[in-house]
Design a protein around this ligand. Structure first.
Ligand code: SF4
Length: 258
């Protein structure tokens, strides 16, 4: 299917379903997707294997972000959020914390009301500098698509053979609730195996984790664009709302993007 990459350091601004008017920052290569997950639903397509990655370096990112913010101010454009997302996992950038520090400094000068968001798969939150950087941003948005290792392996395909939900959850708890938990719900088949993280078993175990982590907010969503795996299906918005109500019953805000 026709998945797509972001071909620049800065992209947008776009109207995000979840974040408002969002200016994207891509720390990954402009022509290649690099991630330590390989989600079957990833809008950027399949991950490129191999260790060598040409990241967008810190100086380039700072310059591009500054120029864009200055241009937007000149045009009187509104901005709700600067979002680190792009062609893969932003926290694998070797200077991630320094890049975040630069973005905060630029935001404070040029767009003081804009939030800074990072969309991460949470695999590197145990790395000290990454955890510290995520602690500084307004929206620390961390993915958890299932409470079960087997389901995460099926849906998200982590590179790390030792990936574990339990370890990820323990690291999430270190943020003391200063994080947003994000989950993609979907159904279908992949390589002959059924995919469905909306079963009662899945949702009940996922809710137990939410009750334990107590994030400031939960964001749930479903497929919106083409996916690299072909036989995947959207979850109806009514079903997402039913799941969201169960999150809200725990006293935690939950937004739905159907
Ligand atoms: S974690 Fe995000 S960027 Fe990485 S494969 Fe999954 S959806 Fe794509």
């Amino acid at each position: 299917m026709a998945t797509s990459l972001y071909h620049s350091v800065i992209f947008g601004p776009v109207q995000s379903r979840r974040l408002g008017v969002s200016l994207g920052v891509n720390l990954l290569p402009n022509d290649d997707k690099r991630c330590n997950f390989n989600c079957i639903y990833c809008e950027c397509g399949w991950s490129t294997p191999g260790e060598k990655t040409r990241f967008n370096d810190r100086k380039t990112v700072r310059k591009a972000l500054k120029e864009t913010l200055v241009r937007m101010i000149g045009r009187g454009e509104r901005l709700d959020v600067i979002t680190f997302a792009g062609n893969g996992e932003p926290t694998i950038h070797p200077e991630f914390e320094a890049v975040i520090d630069d973005a905060i400094a630029l935001r404070d000068v040029f767009m003081p009301t804009a939030k800074i968001s990072v969309l991460s798969n949470a695999t590197r939150i145990g790395v000290e500098s990454v955890g510290r950087a995520l602690g500084k941003v307004d929206n620390n948005i961390l993915k958890l698509d299932s409470a079960f290792d087997d389901t995460v392996r099926l849906i998200d395909n982590p590179n790390d053979p030792n990936y574990s939900v339990a370890a990820t959850v323990e690291n999430m708890k270190k943020f003391d609730g200063k994080m947003i938990l994000q989950t993609m719900f979907l159904r279908g088949t992949f390589e002959g195996r059924p995919v469905d993280n909306t079963t009662e078993k899945e949702v009940a175990a996922w809710l137990d984790i939410i009750a334990d982590v107590r994030p400031q907010r939960v964001m749930i969503y479903t497929i919106d664009r083409d996916t690299p795996a072909e036989d995947l299906h959207k979850i109806p918005v009514e079903s997402l709302e039913t799941i969201a109500e169960r999150v809200r019953a725990l006293g935690i805000e939950c937004s739905v993007a159907g």
